[in-house]
Design a protein around this ligand. Structure first.
Ligand SMILES: Cc1cc2nc3c(=O)[nH]c(=O)nc-3n(C[C@H](O)[C@H](O)[C@H](O)COP(=O)(O)O)c2cc1C
Length: 186
């Protein structure tokens, strides 16, 4: 019997139960972004928390999207996407972009102008990044898109919308002065 045959008969390695995994992840606080693209010439946005900075030079980020989502399919075709970082008052946009099975056209949430050229940007977002896909990887039922950041628009200063324990939240300081006066800033 070959090694491949032996491996195909081996029992599945033990996996953490899905519910325990979801409970653990619910304890991880994230910001909330709308990942944007154009679909049929109209702005479209999906609510995402799986967003991370990868590198500053060159500026690179990643987002992980369900491969079956309309967003993942459009971004795979167009090879570009936008990321609008939501402000604490933008729960309506986050809810709109996360309704399962619903259309996610976002005309009422976006800045005017730029149709078809720049990526749609949520009006009033803390910041918006226009990205070009440099790599994508299908992992389980998601596609991880790595984006090179082509341009950044900073909105007004404000506080981020936060998602933790399955609810939208706002920040409160967890303030413990550091003895040597050092800053926690990166
Ligand atoms: C706060 C929050 C964060 C989310 N983060 C992600 C994410 O990182 N990746 C993802 O694929 N879906 C994420 N979702 C789910 C999608 O927004 C939602 O399932 C998707 O838009 C469903 O749309 P569809 O039925 O059109 O595919 C998140 C939902 C919420 C409420």
């Amino acid at each position: 019997m070959t090694v491949t045959e032996l491996m195909s008969r081996a029992p599945e390695p033990r996996l953490a139960p899905a519910a325990a995994f979801a409970d653990a992840m619910s304890r991880f606080a994230t910001g909330v972004v709308l990942v944007t693209c154009w679909i049929d010439g109209r702005p479209w946005g999906m609510t995402v928390s799986a967003f991370a900075s990868v590198s500053a030079e060159p500026p690179t980020i990643l987002v992980s999207l369900a491969s079956a989502s309309a967003s993942a399919q459009a971004i795979t075709d167009e090879q570009r996407f936008g990321v609008s970082i939501l402000e604490r008052g933008q729960i309506a946009a986050a809810r709109h972009g996360s309704l399962p099975g619903a259309s996610k056209f976002i005309e009422r949430f976006v800045e005017r102008g730029g149709a078809g050229t720049a990526l749609p940007a949520v009006a009033g977002a803390l910041a918006h990044l226009d990205c070009e896909v440099i790599e994508l990887h299908e992992v389980a039922d998601h596609t991880v898109f790595f984006g090179r950041v082509r341009s950044v628009r900073l909105g007004s200063a404000g506080e981020p919308l936060v998602y933790a324990d399955r609810a939208y939240r706002a920040l409160t300081p967890a303030f413990t002065p550091r003895r040597n006066g050092a800053s926690d800033a990166l």
